[in-house]
Write a protein that binds this ligand. Sequence first.
Ligand code: HEC
Length: 174
Amino acid sequence: MKKTLLLILILLSLQSCNNADAYMVFSEVPDLTMPDNGLRFKEIENYKNYKIVATHFVTDNSELRYILANKKAFIALSKEQPFPEGSILVNIAWSVKNMSTFKEALEADEIQQIDYSIKDSKQFSQNPGNWGYASFEKRNGNYQSSTGGTARCIACHNNAKETDFKFTTYQKMQ
Ligand code: HEC
């Protein structure tokens, strides 16, 4: 009797592990490296498990942006605290299209690029806020490292100096 109970308990706990695994999504990101600073796409391999902290619509190129944060960046943003070492923010840029089921609404269509920034005071001690930048563009279904270099990222993000070079503020979902 005891043995049966034990077996049931083991099976139940295995089942809950399986459910947890199904919830965690690991993406097979390509092994790409930024030519000018060595940051890899693999650095954000589990970005699908990051939390969405904001969405933006950029009017000059009609792109929808999902901003996601890893745990460290999420805690900092949501509590309005400084970003600690290891914070990562991801920006997924989507083209948009009219929804086929409801023409008056736009929906995310295809990913154009995935950008991220990481706070790393060792590797990026020279960069403002110690942020390193990476950008992977999607063309015909395949990603490639952006060849434009990351100096332009740093230059434009300098406009957000007051907020540690990040434009995003946390959009409370309540
Ligand atoms: C011309 C200005 C400009 C340039 C160049 C630029 N960004 Fe941004 N970036 C923005 C603005 C504005 C936002 C907020 C709007 C949005 O979501 O795109 C942003 C948002 C981001 C975010 C989300 C976190 C945050 O800072 O708000 C990341 C990550 C990011 N950019 C990475 C990059 C990378 C990597 C590059 C270089 C390849 C880059 N950016 C180049 C203006 C710029």
